[in-house]
Design a protein around this ligand. Structure first.
Ligand SMILES: [Zn+2]
Ligand SMILES: [Zn+2]
Length: 246
């Protein structure tokens, strides 16, 4: 099997904790490149790491919060001005296209009305129904997180490799299924032990650790609280620039 690499271009939360970029995970395999989430700072994060946006063929979105999809208007504007020609698919929860177009209009008026120079396709994913997005098989699992639309954890399969990502969610048994047997499970750990609605803390995750069967588990989307106590965590933590080879 050819190598698949996962790069954390952004491992941060919505608040810039630790000076980290907002969620943006790059997956590279063969000639394929795709993003999992595209937070508001993602275009900067990509260019900082020398990743050409025009080589990204799909953006998968867990949920419609700015730190997970807010970079898409910038990505699309850059694509238009840099004369991107290659097709782009953007896949995520129901409401993805309307919310993206609304965000584009707020940030760059008329940008959503301008026909793109490249084939652009939105794919709205139904819960627990596998969908094919280019070479990827994507299965969304319901997350417990309020964002004005359904929120998902995603299970992504490519060439025999499985990558799962929790998105933002409080603990739900769906995470067990989404990450079952995965090569890599990327999971939110927002606080160390503080319990809040709609988010996961490290201790809750650790209590469910035995039910998770991924080969590797990496924590991300950490607040200042969690970052300060990351050394106490018995689970690997992400940082911007971390590369995981699968
Ligand atoms: Zn978030
Ligand atoms: Zn969120």
């Amino acid at each position: 099997m050819k190598p698949v690499s996962v790069t954390f271009l952004g491992s941060g939360d919505a608040f810039g904790s630790g000076g980290r970029f907002q969620t943006c995970i790059l997956v590279e395999a063969d000639e394929h490149r795709f993003l999992v989430d595209c937070g508001a700072s993602s275009l900067v994060a990509m260019k900082k790491r020398g990743v050409s946006p025009s080589t990204v063929e799909a953006i998968l979105v867990t949920h419609l919060h700015g730190d997970h999809f807010g970079g898409i208007p910038f990505f699309l504007l850059d694509a238009q001005f840099s004369r991107r020609a290659s097709p782009l698919a953007i896949a995520g929860p129901p409401g993805l296209e309307a919310r993206t177009r609304a965000a584009m209009e707020v940030l760059f008026p008329k940008s959503s009305e301008t026909p793109p120079r490249f084939p652009l396709r939105f794919v709205e994913l139904a819960p627990e129904a596998a969908a094919q997005v280019g070479p990827l098989r994507v299965t969304p699992y319901p997350a417990v997180h309020f964002c004005g639309a359904p929120a998902y954890a995603l299970r992504v399969e490519y060439d025999g490799r499985i990558i799962a990502y929790s998105g933002d969610t409080q603990w739900t048994e769906g995470l067990v299924e989404a990450s079952a047997g995965a090569d890599l499970f990327i999971c939110e750990a927002y606080f160390f032990d503080k319990k809040v609605k709609f988010h996961l803390d490290y201790q809750t995750l650790a209590a469910h650790r035995q039910s998770l069967t991924s080969r590797r588990l990496v924590l991300t989307h950490m607040s200042d609280d969690m970052l300060a106590r990351a050394a106490e965590a018995g689970i690997e933590t992400a940082c911007d620039g971390l590369v995981v080879e699968l």
